[in-house]
Design a protein around this ligand. Structure first.
Ligand SMILES: Cc1cc2nc3c(=O)[nH]c(=O)nc-3n(C[C@H](O)[C@H](O)[C@H](O)COP(=O)(O)OP(=O)(O)OC[C@H]3O[C@@H](n4cnc5c(N)ncnc54)[C@H](O)[C@@H]3O)c2cc1C
Length: 260
């Protein structure tokens, strides 16, 4: 169990950032993941007074504060409508309602966990992250960065008419996923994110795709197998490399069929 000497409810982002430059301090999300470790922290930086717990919707984008919970994502009518329940599908298998009422978007994205449903799902959308120091960058770029002492403020998702299909597989309910697959489509371009390989999610972008609702099943299968082969897989206690590759191809196919 992690130890925290003092919780500091900061009054500004400057204060939060300055405190976070010390290795003995840590930013708090929902403390769901952090508490599983056994590190000791001098100050835990609590961002809850900074108004970062809102999902804002404008005509062309969503802006999601880092202190929003996974449950907020699951229940947000605008997100569910825009992405046809894809985001809800990505989070609602994560442990249970009480857990999702605590775990935050900031902790989930900042953590860049290999098993992350949240990272996989947002990667297939037009998502950028907003950091206090580094500013705004694509989520795909952020996912590859080394961990540093910046603070994730918000994520932004453009409403660019992408449709989303999300699927994951677990050995048992509430376990970590064995594979996570998000497929989105805009015009003739497919965006395919595969995570829990068990490495963290990566994105494949395939423009100029000729598949449509009249395509032959075998063409969709060929494309799905090709797409699944563009990712690396590994083995761990939840599944082998081959099994993951197989599952990825199956879920990519199902995602594509849903979108077509
Ligand atoms: C038992 C268990 C099972 C889980 N299963 C799944 C699963 O199946 N699928 C899935 O997608 N996820 C799963 N998760 C992960 C979970 O959904 C959250 O992503 C995780 O708990 C982190 O969120 P948190 O709010 O608890 O962050 P915390 O534990 O508070 O923080 C996690 C890390 O992020 C940093 N951090 C937090 N907020 C910020 C910020 N705004 N800026 C910079 N750094 C920040 C913290 O300093 C810390 O290093 C699981 C977690 C646990 C504990």
């Amino acid at each position: 169990m992690a130890n925290i000497n003092k919780i500091v409810k900061v009054n500004s982002l400057t204060e939060a950032y300055e405190l976070n430059q010390k290795r003995s301090n840590v930013v708090l999300g929902g403390f769901m993941w952090l508490k599983m470790g056994n590190r000791s922290f001098q100050n835990a930086i609590d961002l809850s007074k900074l108004g970062l717990d809102q999902i804002e919707e404008t005509g062309d984008a969503f802006s999601i504060g880092c202190m929003c919970t996974l449950r907020d994502l699951e229940l947000h009518a605008g997100l569910n409508q825009a992405f046809k329940g894809g985001i809800r599908e990505a989070v609602h298998h994560i442990i249970g309602v009480q857990f999702r009422n605590g775990a935050t978007v900031g902790g989930s994205i900042y953590g860049r966990y290999g098993f992350s449903d949240v990272l996989t799902c947002f990667m297939a959308l037009n998502t950028t992250v907003e950091l206090y120091k580094a500013g705004i960058m694509p989520l795909t770029e952020f996912a590859e960065l080394k961990y540093d002492n910046d603070i994730l403020l918000r994520i932004h998702i453009k409403k660019d008419q992408r449709r989303l299909s999300y699927q994951s597989q677990r050995l048992s309910k509430t376990d970590f996923p064995l594979i996570t697959v998000a497929v989105s489509k805009k015009d003739d371009c497919f965006y395919i994110a595969v995570g829990a390989r068990p490495a963290k999610a990566r994105l494949l972008v395939k423009p100029g795709c000729t598949l449509n609702k009249n395509s032959l099943e075998e063409d969709i299968i060929d494309f799905s197998n090709w797409a699944a082969d563009q990712f690396n897989y590994g083995s761990n206690m939840r599944g082998s490399e081959d099994y993951r590759r197989h599952l990825a191809a199956v879920y990519i196919k199902r995602g594509i069929k849903e979108l077509l």
